[in-house]
Write a protein that binds this ligand. Sequence first.
Ligand code: G3D
Ligand code: MG
Length: 171
Amino acid sequence: MAEYVFKLVLIGAAAVGKTSLLHRFVQNKFSEKYELTIGVDFLAKTVELDQGVARLTIWDIGGQERFKFMRNRFYDGAMGALLVFDLTRNQTYKEIRKWLEEFRQFAGNNIPFVLIGNKADLVEDIGEIIEKSEAQEFAEKENSIFIETSAKTGENVEDAFIQLVRKMMNR
Ligand code: G3D
Ligand code: MG
């Protein structure tokens, strides 16, 4: 079976749920109190698909501007990204272009990513703040896909990572 080694990065504004998604995917856990991510951290996980086995290292960064100086190390060798915004905060959606630009600048132009709208569990109460069709259109235009997730319930979390891994395998 083919074997792949991939570095992925989780990017997006502060408090959109990057650390929560990482822990949900790797440890199948959700906790209300992760430490604020300081600098860079990563977790490893191996996934087996029909196309082969992928050994993943998934890097998590604080969304805070003050960590800019760590960007080189963070993005170096990245082969895919989960670009995350918070479905309940429009400002985090507005920032995805900036994150995508930065990702492409540091990691390369044609590196696959998946656009994630996280905290889907809250949308029922709050209502749809970011139009799904708009996020979908944006993703398609950038040769990507849009997936709504909840790190809290686990909804679509594994699917989002797997879709990204498939994209990386198909490159
Ligand atoms: P970040 O790593 O992108 O900065 P975190 O984000 O994973 O630290 O999450 C920020 C806050 O959002 C945390 O709450 C976390 O519990 C919450 N959160 C993350 N994902 C979800 C989700 O899918 N649904 C809901 N309802 N909440 C989520 P606190 O209260 O610690 O700020
Ligand atoms: Mg974090």
